[in-house]
Design a binder for this molecule. Structure first.
Ligand code: FE2
Ligand code: FE2
Length: 250
């Protein structure tokens, strides 16, 4: 992935330079499978010259000191999420939709990029809520549930991809069904439904979209904090910091 901001001062201190830094997998990433060495095994390795990772992990791309939304795209998002969000937003833009729809598409799976996949609509909405309109955050949250339910009136069918992802007999849990019912009767239903429509077709290879193309739309629809995402004391600043320093022991 491109690394356009290497020239910008890094966020971190160098206080662990020269030390061997141990990384413990996050608890949520350990359940149900081998998540690598346990806390106990790593603690046994501590000693002179060996510590737990805190601050910048030299294995990761260095974030700018005051990161913006696109810095997370460039430095932290998985390749698939990077392309998926840009393709989704571009497709909505080319179809002539309002900027609120384009912005919701650009953000809809943001937590999948570098934070957490489980309940990704809810995490994504919470992450961006301090910086976007209530309607955009709402659309991001509800797209998770709406993806499971067809709306033939706007040409949305149950995604074929979900049949291969989850099995042909998969039924979403009750809270997802309830969220869908709530959303169907809401005044912002179509905002979220449009996100699901431009979600479906946005996994193609071969598109080369420059994230900078969205700079103006982001400028009008996402309140970038002056101190940078993660450092503005917003209710979700800690979530952005978690993406900047994902390997911190504490
Ligand atoms: Fe999604
Ligand atoms: Fe998506």
């Amino acid at each position: 992935m491109c690394n356009l901001h290497d020239h910008v001062p890094a966020t971190a201190d160098n206080s662990q330079d020269g030390l061997r830094r141990l990384v413990l997998a996050q608890p949520i990433a350990r359940f149900g499978h081998d998540g690598g060495p346990t806390e106990k095994e790593l603690m046994a390795q501590l000693g002179p010259g060996t510590v737990f990772m805190m601050g910048d992990n030299p294995e990761l791309s260095t974030m700018p000191k005051r990161p913006t939304l696109l810095d997370f795209f460039r430095h932290r998002f998985s390749d698939i999420t990077f392309r998926h969000l840009l393709q989704s937003a571009k497709t909505a833009l080319d179809a002539g939709h309002e900027e609120k729809i384009v912005m919701a598409c650009l953000l809809h799976d943001i937590s999948n990029g570098a934070l957490i996949r489980t309940d990704h609509g809810y995490w994504s909405a919470q992450l961006v809520a301090p910086y976007v309109t209530e309607e955009i955050a709402w659309a991001v949250q509800y797209h998770q549930a709406l993806r499971y339910f067809a709306d033939e009136s706007v040409g949305f069918k149950y995604p074929d991809s979900y049949k291969s992802y989850f099995g042909t007999d998969y039924t979403p849990p009750e809270y997802i069904q309830q969220a869908h019912d709530e959303a169907r009767n809401h005044r912002w239903y179509m905002t979220s439904r449009l996100v699901t429509i431009y979600d479906t077709y946005a996994f193609q290879d071969g598109w080369d979209i420059d994230p900078e193309d969205f700079t103006d739309i982001i400028g009008r629809n996402f309140r970038e904090p002056e101190d940078g995402l993660g450092f503005d004391n917003s209710p979700t600043a800690h979530m952005w910091r978690t993406m900047i320093w994902p390997n911190n022991f504490l």
